[in-house]
Design a protein around this ligand. Structure first.
Ligand code: ATP
Length: 308
């Protein structure tokens, strides 16, 4: 497998992602071994570790660093590779795996491993969030302020482990009774608007493969801003019901705007990025200075994919 030999591949595995994913990781590794793709594996031991491992690997000359986990792991690896020449691959082992759905990365471990063997990449443009407290965070898929961030913040990690995406549904039902829906001010380059929840998204999908922003395109440096006016549990429950039907973008009052900069204000309101708690408003969102190369594509991997 000549192409595989050229790839200095490090796989960063988050054992806390998803539910019982080690077996799926092993299936991907076995496929790479069978096809002569040399690789090293590093396991994370704490939040933030994937970013540090990716940064060290890129500095040491790794050409391909693979995030084996969910969207949070992918965002950490992307942050670690920021500004380096290394490309990022994905083995989807998370709960929602939105980024993988977005880029057409197969969920089946053998097929995802075959895609890594292509070594062919395309550029995406992560977003960067700058918080009022000075902290900065890269995100690859989406950032939410308001209701969804409150759900993420209060999520019971034990339930998430056991019930996966079901834990989010349960958490959302609990927040419907508790969340106060404070008003948010959303400042665009050409003026400010009001909303009760906001999702800034690089991609089309949300919470899996559910349509949120049909006009979004990962290959563009801009993003879509979804504005939700609903100020109470009824409107929010209606958004939740519309999501799996792919009707959320068409719900009354929901507005989608393309932007390359936005500031969201609302004192102390929770913010989530790529499904993990990220901080509190205010936050400014823009496009990261450097694009990120992500493994996609055809060629060797496609031929191997057929055989996987
Ligand atoms: N060894 C570890 N122990 C505990 N937490 C970890 C460890 N390594 C990484 N993490 C944290 O685990 C969190 C969840 O990871 P990730 O988002 O990849 O999985 P997920 O939430 O199951 O998937 P998704 O975001 O696709 O729904 C991340 O915030 C990451 O920082």
């Amino acid at each position: 497998m000549g192409d595989c030999d050229k790839i200095g591949m490090l796989i960063i595995y988050n054992p806390a992602a998803g539910q019982r994913r080690r077996q799926r990781l092993n299936r991907a590794l076995a496929w790479l071994d069978r096809h002569g793709c040399t690789h090293a594996v590093a396991e994370t031991t704490h939040p933030g570790h994937a970013a540090a491992l990716a940064r060290t690997a890129a500095a040491a000359g790794a050409t391909l660093v693979v995030a084996a986990g969910g969207d949070g792991t992918i965002a950490e690896v992307a942050a670690g590779l920021d500004g380096s020449g290394a490309a990022m691959g994905v083995l989807p082992l998370g709960t929602a795996n939105v980024f993988a759905w977005e880029l057409g990365i197969p969920i089946r471990p053998e097929a995802a491993a075959a895609l890594l063997a292509t070594g062919r990449t395309a550029c995406v443009h992560p977003g960067v969030a700058r918080f009022g407290d000075g902290s900065v965070r890269l995100f690859v898929q989406m950032l939410g302020a308001g209701f969804d961030a409150a759900v993420v913040e209060a999520l019971d990690l034990g339930l998430k482990r056991r019930f996966g995406r079901g834990a989010y549904v349960w958490g959302a039902m609990r927040q419907l009774r508790r969340y106060g829906f404070p008003p948010l001010r959303v400042v665009f380059a050409d003026g400010a608007v009001a909303a009760r929840s906001v999702i800034v998204t690089k991609g089309r999908f949300y919470a899996g493969r559910h349509l949120l922003a049909p006009a979004a395109a990962m290959a563009r440096p801009s993003f879509q801003v979804a504005l939700f006016p609903g100020a109470g549990p009824l409107a929010t429950a209606a958004y939740g019901a519309a999501l799996p039907l792919n009707l959320l973008p068409h719900m009354p009052g929901v507005v989608l705007r393309r932007a390359d900069w936005v500031r969201i204000e609302g004192d102390g309101v929770a913010v989530q990025a790529d499904g993990d708690p990220a901080g509190r408003l205010p936050v400014e969102v823009a496009t990261a200075a450097a694009p990120l190369r992500v493994v996609l594509g055809t060629g060797l991997g496609e031929r191997l994919l057929a055989a996987a």
